[in-house]
Design a protein around this ligand. Structure first.
Ligand code: GP9
Ligand code: MN
Length: 646
C-alpha cells in the first residue's frame, strides 16, 4: 500500500486541484484589484468571499471529470481567466473601465489601439503569469512522469466501483456549485440591499458594479445585461414610466426662453463644428519655456466666445460619446458606445434637424469609416455624406492616419463643392494617445518634459493648434469666415493621469478637485460670423449643450426635441452632469465615490474649493440620478421614436 500524506488524506485529489486553482486565481484577482489603484479602495473580507465563490462557480464542473481531464480543464480555465484579467487591466489603464461585450464587438477599436497598448504594458505585469512561468511546466513534467511510472489509471476501476465514482463526483460537483453560489450571491445581495442600492437598475458606472460583484461577477453580469438587451422580444417601458419621461422633457423645455436677442441672429449661416482629439483646457493660454502651446487658439479667443469651464461628458465610448452627446443633447451610455449599441434608434440630432432646414450636412474624419460604427451611425444621424480615410489623399501620414493639417486642408477644399448653407462636422486625430508625432513636426521646446508622454502630448497639441491656425486662414481665403459659426471643442481627456505632470506643468500642487476639473474640462470656442459676443465665459457648460445652443443661434425652435443639455444663450442657471455621476453648477462640484454611495462621495464648495457637508450636494445628486436614468431609458427603449408617435 502506498503511504499517503496528511494533506492527501484530508483532501480528495480533485478538491486539491481545484483548491490550487482557486488560490492562484484569487491571487490574480487581488493583484488585478490593487493594480487598478482606484481611489485607494481596499478589498474587504466580503470581496474575498465573492471572489472565492465566483471561482467555485466557474470551475465546479471540473469535479465531474476524471483526474487528468480535470487538470487539463483547470489549466485551460486558468489561461482563459488570466487572459481576461490581464486584458481588463490593460484596458483599464487607458479607459479607466473594464471590457464589456459591446466593447468587444468593437474589435476594430482594440486592434487600432496597438501602439497605445504597448505603452500600457509594464514589466511588473509578469506577476500575472508567474504560475505559467513556474507552475504549469512543473505540472506537465509531473503528469508525464506519473504516466510513465505507474500505469494505474487515476480512477482505478479495479479498486473503486464505477457507479460509486460517478456518484461521488456528481455530489462533489453539486456541493461545490451550491457553496459557490451562496458565497457569490450572498454578499452581492447584501451589498445591493445596503450601499449598492439601485446600482443594478441604474448601471451608471461599471467600476461601481465591479466593486460590488468582483471581476468574474462583473463579466457574468455584463453577459446577462447584454443578452437581456439583445436577445428576445424588444423591451418596452410601462406606460406610466413613459408618461413621466415625457413630462420631464416638457418641464425642461418650459424653462427655455427665446427672448434672447441672439435667437436667430445667425439664421442660415453655415455651421462648422470641429471636435478636437484629446484637446484639454488646462494648457489653453499657457506657455512652456516662453512659447505659447496653443498660440492660434489663444489668438482666436480674442474675437470669439471662450467657455473656460466646459466639460466633456463622455463614458466608455470616448470620441463617439463626445460626438453623440454634442449632436443629440443626450448622455452617452454607462457602457459601450451608443454608436455601436443602438445605431438604429431615433435621436433628435443636429445634422438631421438642419438637413430638414435645407442644410447640406457632411461629416469629415480621415480614419476607417467602420471605427465606432460611424459609417452606419452617420447615415442614421442624417449626414448627406461621411468623408472618411478613403476619401483623402494620404499626403501627410501621421499617427493613425492623415495629419490634421492636410486633413483640414482637404476637407475645406471639398467644402467648396458643397452647397451652402452647410453643416460640417470635422473630427481631428493627430493628437491621439500615445501622442508620438515625428521629430520633424515637433516645434515646441518642452524642456523637462522632453521624452515623456506629457511632453509628447504638448507637442501634438501644438501641432494641432498650428493646423487650426491654417484652417482659419483657409476659411477666410474661401470667404467662409463671415458667414459661418465656428464651434471648436475637445472630445475628452488625454488619459495621462499622473498628477505630478500637471503639478510640474502648472507649478502648483493640485487637490482632488483640481485634478477632476483638469481631467474633465475641455475648451469650447464659438466664433460668431460677425465676431460678436467675444469674451471669456466662466459659467459651467458641457458637451450636451451644443445642439440646443446652435439651434438657438440659427433661430430654430427646439421645443419639440428631447434635450437634456443647457442652451448656452438662454440666460438660465446651468447644471452639468457627467457620466460618472459627478456634477457641477456654479456653486458646488460633487465627486462620487467608486462604490456609488451618495454619502461616500465628496461635495466641494466652489467658492472655497474645500469639501463641504455632503448634504449640500443631495438635491444635485438626485437630479443626476434621474437625468442619467432617463437618458439611458430614452436610448435603450428607442423612446424618441415612441414619444413622437404618440
Ligand atoms: C478614431 C478616433 C479615436 O476614429 O475617433 O477614437 P478614441 O480612441 O479617442 O475614442
Ligand atoms: Mn478621442
Amino acid at each position: 500500500m502506498q503511504k499517503r500524506s496528511l494533506f492527501n488524506r484530508l483532501l480528495h485529489f480533485s478538491y486539491r486541484n481545484i483548491l490550487i486553482f482557486i488560490i492562484l486565481m484569487l491571487y490574480k484577482l487581488v493583484l488585478f484589484h490593487y493594480s487598478l489603484h482606484i481611489h485607494n479602495i481596499d478589498m474587504n473580507p466580503l470581496d474575498y468571499i465573492i471572489a472565492v465563490g465566483s471561482l467555485m462557480l466557474f470551475s465546479f464542473w471540473t469535479l465531474w471529470l476524471p483526474r487528468r481531464e480535470q487538470w487539463v480543464s483547470l489549466i485551460v480555465l486558468n489561461i482563459l481567466l488570466t487572459a481576461i484579467f490581464y486584458a481588463d487591466l490593460v484596458y483599464y489603464r487607458y479607459f479607466e473601465d473594464i471590457i464589456t461585450i459591446p466593447v468587444l464587438l468593437q474589435t476594430g477599436q482594440v486592434s487600432s489601439l496597438g501602439e497605445s497598448i504597448q505603452s500600457l504594458v509594464f514589466l511588473s505585469d509578469l506577476f500575472f503569469f508567474i504560475d505559467w512561468i513556474l507552475f504549469i511546466p512543473y505540472v506537465v513534467i509531473l503528469i508525464k512522469r506519473r504516466k510513465r511510472k505507474n500505469r494505474v489509471p487515476a480512477y482505478s476501476a479495479t479498486t473503486i466501483p464505477l457507479g460509486k465514482t460517478l456518484w461521488s463526483r456528481a455530489i462533489r460537483g453539486v456541493l461545490t456549485f451550491v457553496l459557490g453560489f451562496a458565497l457569490t450571491f450572498g454578499p452581492i445581495k447584501f451589498y445591493s440591499e445596503t450601499w449598492a442600492q439601485g446600482l443594478f437598475e441604474g448601471n451608471w458606472w461599471n467600476m461601481a458594479l465591479y466593486n460590488t460583484t468582483g471581476l468574474i461577477g462583473f463579466h457574468g453580469y455584463d453577459i446577462y445585461r447584454y443578452s437581456q438587451e439583445h436577445l428576445g422580444p424588444e423591451p418596452t417601458l410601462p406606460g406610466e414610466e413613459m408618461a413621466k419621461i415625457k413630462e420631464w422633457f416638457q418641464q425642461k423645455n418650459e424653462k427655455t426662453t427665446i427672448s434672447d436677442p441672439l435667437f436667430g441672429k445667425y439664421k442660415n449661416s453655415n455651421v462648422m463644428v470641429i471636435q478636437v482629439e484629446a484637446f484639454m483646457n488646462f494648457m489653453i493660454g499657457k506657455r512652456i519655456n516662453g512659447q505659447e502651446i496653443t498660440p492660434n487658439f489663444n489668438k482666436l479667443m480674442n474675437e470669439s466666445m471662450y467657455f473656460s469651464n466646459y466639460y466633456h461628458q463622455t463614458g466608455q465610448g470616448r470620441t463617439s460619446d463626445a460626438d453623440f452627446s454634442s449632436q443629440s443633447s443626450l448622455h452617452p451610455l454607462p457602457s459601450g458606445s451608443v454608436f455601436v449599441r443602438y445605431p438604429d434608434h431615433k435621436y433628435d440630432v443636429l445634422p438631421a434637424i438642419l438637413k430638414g432646414k435645407d442644410y447640406s450636412t457632411n461629416a469629415f474624419h480621415a480614419y476607417d469609416s467602420s471605427f465606432w460604427n460611424r459609417y452606419t451611425m452617420y447615415d442614421a444621424l442624417g449626414y448627406d455624406r461621411f468623408y472618411s480615410k478613403n476619401d483623402y489623399t494620404l499626403d501627410e501620414p501621421l499617427g493613425w492616419s492623415l495629419g490634421d493639417k492636410s486633413f483640414f486642408k482637404q476637407s475645406l477644399d471639398e467644402m467648396q463643392t458643397i452647397k451652402e448653407p452647410f453643416y460640417s462636422f470635422l473630427i481631428t486625430l493627430s493628437s491621439h494617445h500615445p501622442y508620438a508625432i515625428p521629430k520633424s513636426k515637433q516645434e515646441l521646446d518642452v524642456g523637462e518634459f522632453t521624452g515623456n508622454i506629457f511632453g509628447d502630448y504638448l507637442q501634438s497639441i501644438h501641432y494641432v493648434d498650428a493646423a487650426l491656425g491654417q484652417f482659419v486662414e483657409q476659411m477666410k481665403a474661401q470667404g467662409l469666415w463671415d458667414n459661418t459659426i465656428l464651434y471648436v471643442y475637445g472630445d475628452h481627456d488625454n488619459s495621462i493621469k499622473d498628477k505630478e505632470y500637471y503639478e510640474q506643468f502648472l507649478g502648483r500642487s493640485l487637490s482632488d478637485l483640481d485634478m477632476k476639473q483638469i481631467m474633465n474640462q475641455v475648451p469650447l470656442l464659438i466664433h460668431l460670423p460677425d465676431g460678436g459676443e467675444a469674451g471669456t465665459y466662466p459659467e459651467v457648460a458641457g458637451q450636451l449643450d451644443m445642439m440646443p445652443s446652435i439651434l438657438h443661434l440659427l433661430g430654430i425652435e427646439s421645443n419639440s426635441y428631447h434635450i437634456m443639455g443647457n442652451n448656452l444663450f438662454d440666460g438660465q442657471e446651468r447644471f452639468v452632469t457627467l457620466r460618472t455621476g459627478a456634477f457641477t453648477d456654479s456653486n458646488v462640484y460633487y465627486i462620487p465615490s467608486a462604490d456609488g454611495v451618495y454619502d461616500h462621495g465628496s461635495c466641494y464648495d466652489l467658492s472655497t474649493r474645500q469639501i463641504t457637508e455632503v448634504s449640500t450636494c443631495r438635491a444635485g445628486f438626485d437630479q443626476v440620478e434621474q437625468e442619467l436614468h432617463i437618458s439611458d431609458q430614452v436610448i435603450q427603449y428607442d423612446l424618441i421614436r415612441k414619444l413622437d408617435q404618440e
